[in-house]
Design a protein around this ligand. Structure first.
Ligand code: GDP
Ligand code: MG
Length: 354
């Protein structure tokens, strides 16, 4: 099978300067606070379809420690495709399992899922999932994506998140092509309690970014978040706009800005999301993904496929329409929820599907 796109050379790891406010890995011995438990529940629900089918189908195949053979591997691949991993991701995952079997890293079926879990965690984390901040001084985060992907909402979510970890945030409403987008962001900024810079209707987005950078420096804030227009009429159009915004930040002598360019993808749109990612990657130096609307997919496979295909780390997931309905992406938690081995084991013991 051809899985050429998975075998592209890996880009150099995104440098992730340690930030004192960067989220710490979860300590499994500490009981998560209620709001975090709620989000974990929602994450689990978001991937419930994949999870359910995986549990039911895969359990019978790999639950018992029998010797792996070609027939079992073929059935396992079918089960993965049904679990919405998609043909390509399933094929790829099975490629990984097959070669591990051929070189005797795994020999019995009960080793398949633990092996895959470890492998997937590596795939989802090896590019670094933490937000990049400036090494010194304030940071600029550009948020890009097509109209309707969830950009403005994700900007608000990022503002809420950054504020909650103690950063002072300024918003620049640089999507000046839709008056509603400016109003939407204004409303969020009032709720979150952060400053917002807006421009006149149809103002040059770069001028709004420029004023945002000015306010960032004047107000001594930590982070400027720039909402952009999702215009993709032509790639040149998009590139020109992004270039101007880059130049506006550079003119303010904010070294290294933008420190992050976050591409917002609607996780429910499958192949479209992948096409958009290709487009934006060519136009801008995208450094991280915000996968919005994961609550609307019920298919966890989307995260894996996007991660493999786009080759840019998933940094945040959106789990609803409110500002708090988001999470910094936690690959361990995600993969554990996807292949809940505890559930599998107890289902096996009772003979019930998990
Ligand atoms: P933009 O055009 O890219 O700026 O997209 P918006 O931020 O305006 O969002 C478009 C629609 O998607 C709005 O109705 C949002 O409430 C909704 N939306 C954004 N993020 C999420 C999410 O994570 N989950 C759900 N269910 N809806 C979302
Ligand atoms: Mg918008």
């Amino acid at each position: 099978m051809a899985f050429g796109f998975f075998k592209k050379k890996e880009p150099a790891a995104t440098p992730t300067p340690a930030s004192p406010a960067a989220p710490l890995p979860d300590d499994p011995t500490v009981e998560p606070p209620p709001e975090k438990k709620g989000l974990l529940k929602r994450l689990t629900k978001a991937i419930s379809k994949t999870r359910m089918i995986l549990s039911r189908k895969v359990l019978g195949l790999v639950g018992l420690g029998q010797k792996i053979d070609d027939d079992i591997l073929e059935k396992l691949e079918e089960a993965m495709i049904e679990a919405d991993f998609g043909v390509e991701t399933s094929g790829f995952l099975m490629d990984v399992v097959r070669s591990a079997w051929k070189n005797s890293t795994i020999e019995t079926t009960d080793q398949v899922l633990p092996f895959l879990q470890k492998d997937l965690k590596h795939r989802l984390t090896h590019r670094g999932n933490a937000l990049n901040f400036a090494k010194a001084g304030p940071s600029v985060i550009l948020v890009v994506g097509v109209n309707g992907a969830g950009k403005t909402t994700s900007v608000a979510k990022l503002a809420w998140y950054l504020t909650s970890i103690g950063k002072k945030v300024v918003l620049a409403a640089a999507d000046t092509f839709r008056a509603a987008a400016v109003e939407q962001l204004k409303t969020w900024s009032q709720r979150i309690g952060c400053e917002i810079v807006t421009g006149a209707d149809r103002a040059d987005p770069a001028s709004v970014a420029h004023r945002g950078a000015e306010r960032l420096l004047e107000s001594g804030a930590d982070v400027l978040l720039v909402d952009t227009a999702g215009r993709l009429h032509t790639q040149k159009n998009l590139m020109d706009e992004l270039r101007k915004i880059h130049a506006a930040c550079a003119a303010k002598k904010i070294e290294g800005a933008p420190h992050e360019t976050i591409l917002v993808l609607d996780a429910t749109t499958g192949q479209n999301a992948l096409n958009q990612a290709d487009m934006f990657k060519q136009a801008a130096n995208v450094t991280g993904l915000f996968l919005a609307k994961l609550d609307g997919t019920a298919k966890g496979g989307a995260v894996l496929t996007i991660n493999e295909r786009v080759e840019i780390p998933v940094k945040f997931v959106g789990l609803g329409e409110g500002v708090e309905d988001m999470q910094p992406f936690d690959a361990d938690q995600f993969v554990d929820a996807l292949f809940d081995l505890k559930d599998l084991a107890s289902a096996q013991a009772t003979g019930e599907p998990a």
